[in-house]
Design a binder for this molecule. Structure first.
Ligand code: GLC
Length: 555
């Protein structure tokens, strides 16, 4: 395996993990998670196999949108600690072989940010032009991102005597990112955090950030990326672009991928849930077949759930209804007419076979996996919390009151814990560390195999024929090797005759397929003419390493 020529592109084979400091671990027992707490849990993350942390916004904020409403780009919300604690986290993470990326939220600020306060106070303020103003509301204004909360994207500000634009909540005025003065400020923010030792940014709300249609927007992303790369050799940008593939691709940059480094694959994510609802691999297979090729330095971020609603806006109305019916039968489990405010395990009725199948898919799909905190132990949501907060409950470390998150009284916790069958008493890290067959151990194993299989990050995808609609069979191949993965979306078992011909493999000549994830009672059968039979259990999954006769890899 060659290492030297690819090590700069660390994100190609990274295991990402997103957490919010606020809900991870409360070290001073005031009910709010803090950076010191996170520092004490970096070993958990390193053991899990995480190689890059993505920290949700921890900046000073009125906290009206989970910290995505920033009032100071250069600080740490005092509830979480201070910059010194942040640097300790970054340094300790490094020491454990983990990098850190942070959220870059520059589509908007909080209305409490000093820039907006100055801007609204006088038309003569030099910050007035940092935002977007109008004297009237245009007839054809675009829909707000929270259409059930906000009427549109223009709201009147009494103090300013004008309307200002906001793509999201009205307390989040959009910055005028086409202005050089604003871009200069954003560059300083980027420079500041890179200087503190981080390796990049998760870039919030990218399509809104560059709302013009004249091409100038891409010049802005190029400039940002160029700046990140100049300041930090390994610096990267992981963008949130929830659009169809043909509209996402331009955000990677036309010229050899010189804009966003990575993008979350929202298309495959939504198709995954349609496949799960139908017990049919077809929708996911079609999405993966349609995935555009990327430049060498770019990568997909594969995810199952994140801190927002599970958005299904790219499905047709009928498809979305199918997923709603299967996984969010109650109106209270849905939001904004397009999404589901649940975590995966409750949606799958806690069926461990199905939950494991989904994470096995995430780790074996070409790209880099992005975990949301708590997924490694199968945390559920708290349905009593309204809206997206339902999936943002505190991390569950132990079965104690407070879930090991905090010793503060329940009423003082920054967010309520999950309840009933999903409460810390039943789902927690401590117990799963001791159980050999726990989800935690399983996900740890997936991360280990992912890291030992650089072809998943670097390789080419081949979709294989499985002979069953419910079975997704795919292979990823690169110069380092080939991995074949098989996933069953149906509850009953299948004998799968894999056609390996598209891989150019002849299973004579001493080529073997070896099971990476477990011991099988039924041995796989290699048969002639490039076919290989796999017995797959209901909701079963397999990773098969292709071993050539001269193979030296450890399996
Ligand atoms: C992104 C975030 C979301 C936030 C929104 C506005 O979509 O993921 O949580 O509400 O941006 O900043």
């Amino acid at each position: 395996m060659r290492v030297t020529d690819t090590s700069d592109l660390w994100w190609k084979t990274a295991v990402f993990y997103n957490l919010d400091v606020e809900t991870y671990l409360d070290w001073n027992d005031d009910g709010v998670g803090d950076l010191e707490g996170l520092a004490h849990r970096l070993d958990h993350l390193a053991e899990l196999g995480v190689t890059c942390l993505w920290l949700a916004p921890f900046y000073p904020s009125p906290q009206r949108d989970n910290g995505y409403d920033i009032s100071d780009y250069y600080g740490v919300d005092p509830r979480y600690g201070h910059l010194g604690d942040f640097v300790e986290v970054v340094r300790t993470a490094r020491d454990r072989g983990m990098r850190v990326i942070v959220d870059l939220v520059v589509n908007h600020t909080s209305d409490q940010h000093p820039w907006f306060r100055a801007a609204r106070s006088s038309p003569d303020s030099r910050f007035r032009e940092f935002y977007q103003w109008r004297d009237d509301v245009p007839a054809d204004q675009p829909a707000n991102m929270f259409p059930d909360v906000e009427d549109g994207v223009w709201s009147y500000d009494d103090e300013a005597g004008q309307y200002y634009r906001h793509s999201f909540y009205s307390h989040q005025p959009d910055l005028a990112t086409d202005r050089q003065a604003v871009r200069d400020e954003i560059a300083k923010v980027i420079g500041f955090w890179l200087q503190l030792g981080i390796d990049g940014f998760r870039v919030d709300a990218v399509p809104h950030l560059i709302a013009t249609d004249d091409g100038a927007e891409h010049e802005f992303l190029q400039a940002l990326r160029g700046y990140v790369s100049r300041r930090s050799g390994g610096g990267m940008m992981l963008g949130e672009v929830n659009l169809p593939y043909d509209e996402m691709v331009p955000f990677f940059g036309a010229d050899d991928g010189d804009e966003l480094t990575m993008q979350f694959d929202f298309v495959a994510n939504q198709a995954l849930y349609l496949s799960l609802a139908r017990q049919d691999a077809g929708p996911l297979r079609a999405a993966l077949a349609a995935r555009p090729a990327l430049a060498r330095g770019n990568q997909w971020g594969n995810f199952v759930r994140n801190h927002d609603e599970l958005t299904l806006d790219q499905l047709s109305d009928d498809e979305r209804d199918e997923v709603f019916e299967a996984f969010a039968p109650l109106e209270s489990q849905r939001i904004h007419g397009r999404g589901i405010v649940r975590r995966l395990p409750p949606m799958l009725d806690g069926d461990p076979r199905r939950i494991r199948m989904v994470y096995s898919l995430m780790f074996s799909t070409p790209g880099a996996p992005v975990l949301f905190y708590g997924e490694e132990i199968g945390m559920g949501e708290n349905p009593a919390v309204r809206g997206r907060g339902a999936v943002r409950t505190p991390m569950q470390w132990t079965d104690e009151a407070g879930g090991g998150f905090s010793r503060a009284p329940a009423d003082d916790l920054t967010a309520p814990l999950a309840v009933e069958g999903w409460a810390p008493e039943h789902v927690n890290v401590s117990r799963q560390r001791h159980e050999t067959d726990s989800l935690l151990r399983f996900v740890q194993g997936l991360a280990r195999h992912y890291r030992a299989s650089p072809e998943i990050g670097w390789g080419e995808l081949t979709l294989l024929e499985s002979g069953h609609d419910c079975v997704l069979a795919h292979a990823v191949s690169s110069s380092t090797g080939t991995l074949v993965a098989v996933h069953n979306f149906a509850p009953d078992g299948r004998s799968v005759d894999l056609d390996l011909a598209p891989l150019g493999l002849d299973l004579g000549d001493g080529v073997r397929l070896t099971d990476l994830l477990g011991e099988r009672t039924t041995p796989d059968e290699a048969s002639a003419a490039g076919r290989h039979r796999v017995e797959l259990e209901g909701y079963g999954h397999r990773w098969l390493r292709v071993l050539r006769p001269d193979e030296k890899r450890l399996v």
